[in-house]
Design a protein around this ligand. Structure first.
Ligand code: ATP
Ligand code: MG
Length: 324
């Protein structure tokens, strides 16, 4: 749960809300009347246009990104709540819960929840249930790329999981693998950990629940994306436990920040890794930085064409997925 312990100055002055935390991309607010040290029932998560890569927030942001990420998260939450025909995965959206409105004990409707979002952040904010977040980034990989590819070349494994020989950068894995990471405190790098380490951190039952849910959600989402000409190469989920002990999907979900998405047609016909992995995500930013920065000191400003191409690819993904 987010505990209100200090009066962090507001990132934005939002009526009815008080700013308590800013991550690399999102800003968190609690109801303005939350007492010091109290655990609020709900929070406002506002997605900014900030973009991060290699653990740095870059300059400038990507115009419209916060709205795109929020729209995509909301769309996926709805699919995973059963709109895709699968069972309903519990999520942190307040509109999908009955939250009490403090002292009067009255339940909120979806409209009530919508009205809590200040005009200044319409389209890029979600009212969510405040959860006890699990300290694990639940990563699922269906394809070999990025840090996984680097490790595979050196050791034939990805996060310690042995893979068949002879795979190339961008290849589909025989089956999706779960490769959890420890969620590092702000400013530190998340650390890949074994499944056994997650058992030590959260207990065997919770660790298995996180793994099974992650693999299930990945499989469902990858199938949905594939039907729309998009490959979901890998993704990261975050979960929290609600007041009834229910493991609940939180944070952003299946966005172009938390996932690698590729154009399926390019992957089929491409010959070089670059052609095959034509991405709809922030790989454009990562590639530019990798070529133009030695990872010492502050990263350079992103050129306008990189910003525009990234924004365009994010929009394209949203259209491909949601307009079918
Ligand atoms: P990054 O995602 O870039 O690694 P970050 O995770 O530090 O950075 P953001 O994603 O910008 O930061 O901030 C969102 C924060 O809100 C995360 O710490 C996330 O765990 C937390 N969070 C998301 N949903 C909930 C929820 N329902 N209850 C409590 N905390 C939540
Ligand atoms: Mg995050």
């Amino acid at each position: 749960m987010v505990r209100v312990t200090d009066a962090t100055p507001s990132a934005l002055d939002l009526p009815g809300w008080r700013h308590v935390y800013s991550g690399k991309v999102r800003d968190l607010y609690v109801p303005a009347d939350t007492a010091e040290g109290a655990q609020p029932a709900r929070m406002l998560v506002v997605a900014s246009d900030r973009v991060s890569a290699f653990d740095h927030v870059l300059d400038p942001g990507i115009p419209g990104k916060g709205v795109l990420l929020t729209t995509l998260s909301l769309w996926w939450f709805d699919r995973l709540a059963g709109a895709d025909g699968g069972r309903s995965i519990p999520n942190h959206l307040a509109a999908s819960h009955t939250l009490t409105r403090g002292a009067d004990g009255e339940a909120n409707t979806a409209d009530d929840v919508q009205r809590l979002i200040p005009d200044a952040v319409t389209g890029r904010a979600m009212v969510v249930k405040s959860l006890d977040m699990q300290p694990i980034e639940c990563v699922v990989r269906g394809y070999l790329t990025g840090s996984g590819w680097a490790e595979y070349q050196a050791d034939g494994t990805v996060c310690g999981i042995p893979l068949p020989a002879g795979l190339s950068n961008g290849d589909r894995l025989p089956e999706p693998i779960y490769t959890p990471a420890f969620k590092a405190p702000m400013g530190e790098h998340d650390e890949n950990i074994s499944f056994e380490r997650t058992v030590e951190l959260v207990g065997a039952d919770r660790a298995e629940e996180l793994r099974d849910l992650s693999l299930e959600i990945y499989a469902r989402a990858a199938r949905t994306a594939e039907g729309r000409g998009v490959i979901l190469a890998d993704t990261k989920f975050e979960f929290g436990v609600d007041e009834n002990g229910v493991m609940t999907l939180a944070d952003e979900v299946l966005t172009s920040d938390s996932s690698r998405y590729w154009d399926a047609a390019a992957w089929e016909s491409g010959t070089t890794p670059e052609e095959r992995m034509a991405s709809f995500d922030k790989q454009i930013v990562r590639d530019w930085l990798a070529a133009n920065w030695d990872k010492q000191g502050e990263p350079p400003a992103l050129p306008q064409d990189v910003v525009e191409r990234t924004a365009a690819r994010y929009r394209e993904l949203l259209d491909l997925l949601t307009s079918a």
